[in-house]
Ligand binder design. Structure first.
Ligand code: URA
Length: 233
């Protein structure tokens, strides 16, 4: 046996020593990218948030609703939309914006070349308010804690608040949507600033179609920002 063969034998014997700990070899590549833990983190943080909402106590909304309506779309998207709350259809299906307002939302997004499945959508309240009433100020305040967490987890580059309830949830009730819509604002959550656009809610546009011209101006502004920020959807 050559010296080289002997060395190789010694090494093999060392690995095969029955008294030694068992070595387990894996041919899977080592993941050196930082993004994977972030993605896993996001999934588990979203699951935890969903679970917290499922376990919310003393909430009239939860008591009367059929389903929790958590979110829809791509949780890695850089665009996040916040609506008001589930309606009848959403309550049945368990997804936001699947009724008439949802159909209009899909068309609005398409008009600026966005597929709905490429963005992330949620609501201020995650249970249908009885008879589709507007959420009470106390409910908006209570759920805004969850919404803020939700936004931090998704970490969007552009946040779109649709309607006055979404606006109130993050900016308070002292301002008017007719004045605030169409301008970029910053909302700060956990020391992080999120670029935000307030715009009309699609359900409002169904009732007041003459307001669509303002909505179209806001949508074009959003598209411009997406291109400026080079956001790939
Ligand atoms: N209106 C909303 O604000 N959200 C929905 O999910 C559906 C209608």
């Amino acid at each position: 046996m050559t010296l080289e063969e002997k060395n190789q034998n010694d090494i093999l014997n060392e690995f095969n020593d029955p008294n030694e700990i068992e070595f387990i070899f894996s041919d899977k590549p080592i993941n050196r990218f930082k993004t994977k833990p972030e993605v896993e983190d996001k999934i588990s943080l979203l699951a935890k948030l969903k679970n917290d909402l499922q376990n919310i106590k003393n909430c009239e909304l939860k008591e009367s609703a059929k389903k929790l309506v958590f979110s829809d779309g791509n949780s890695n998207s850089k665009i996040m939309i916040v609506g008001e709350g589930p309606g009848q259809k959403e309550d049945e299906v368990g997804k936001p914006f699947v009724g008439d307002a949802g159909l209009l939302l899909n068309k609005m997004l398409k008009a600026i070349n966005i597929n709905r499945q490429d963005i992330y959508i949620t609501n201020v309240v995650n249970y249908r308010p009885p008879n589709n009433r507007k959420p009470e100020p106390a409910e908006i305040t209570r759920y805004s804690e969850y919404l803020r967490k939700h936004i931090s987890i998704i970490n969007p580059k552009i946040l779109i608040l649709m309607g006055s309830t979404a606006m109130e949830s993050l900016f308070g009730s002292k301002i008017k949507i007719s004045k605030e819509r169409g301008n970029w604002k910053d909302v700060i959550i956990n020391n992080k600033s999120y670029l935000t656009m307030i715009t009309f809610h699609p359900a409002y546009l169904l009732r007041q179609p003459e307001q669509k011209k303002y909505s179209w101006a806001d949508l074009k502004e959003i598209r411009k920002k997406i291109d400026e920020l080079e956001i790939n959807l």
